[in-house]
Design a protein around this ligand. Structure first.
Ligand SMILES: Nc1ncnc2c1ncn2[C@@H]1O[C@H](COP(=O)(O)OP(=O)(O)OP(=O)(O)O)[C@@H](O)[C@H]1O
Ligand SMILES: [Mg+2]
Length: 152
């Protein structure tokens, strides 16, 4: 989480967006550190990109007995309700993004979903137009503490 905040800091401060986080800095996950970090970075960079100046982005990490949940919440433009079914489609761009001429390809979430599901996890979101979005994913915790620790 610290790494994700550090990575997003220049972009966020340039746009006067407050970045913060809560929860453990490290959790025991099974898998590919780099790819999981990339999935989180995609969610955090979206949160910053789709939030107007002066807004905020928070990253909250919580752990249960068998899972860890990471939520990225923003106070951004949101996604229209009638487009939400398509958010994880390849090349999807919401009208809220294109109307504001915010550039993007529409692949970041496709990649994040593939990485999370490839690690046995689930990904989802809730979004309210003109209010904000929360993109989250859950991953199984490693049952074997011998496995390498991965920083989300
Ligand atoms: N946090 C968010 N708030 C509002 N809209 C979002 C958010 N995250 C994603 N979206 C919408 O979902 C679309 C797809 O996101 P995705 O990250 O896949 O692509 P992108 O950001 O357009 O481009 P890139 O491939 O460079 O990441 C975005 O274009 C945007 O319309
Ligand atoms: Mg993106």
């Amino acid at each position: 989480m610290l790494e994700a905040i550090e990575a997003a800091t220049p972009q966020a401060s340039q746009r006067r967006i407050a970045l913060s986080g809560s929860g453990p800095d490290r959790v025991a996950l099974r898998g590919d550190h780099e790819r999981l970090g990339q999935a989180l970075d995609n969610l955090v960079s979206n949160a910053v990109k789709y939030t107007p100046e002066g807004g905020s982005v928070t990253i909250d990490v919580t752990t249960g007995p068998a899972h860890c949940r990471i939520e990225v919440t923003d106070t951004g433009i949101g996604i229209p309700l009638d487009e939400q079914d398509h958010v994880f489609d390849r090349f999807f761009r919401s009208s809220s993004a294109t109307d504001r001429q915010i550039s993007g390809v529409g692949l970041g979430l496709v990649i994040a979903k593939a990485v999370v599901e490839g690690h046995g996890g689930t990904i989802g979101f809730t979004s309210e137009p003109a209010a904000g979005s929360t993109f989250w994913f859950e991953l199984p915790l490693s049952p074997d503490r011998q496995l390498p620790e991965v920083a989300p």
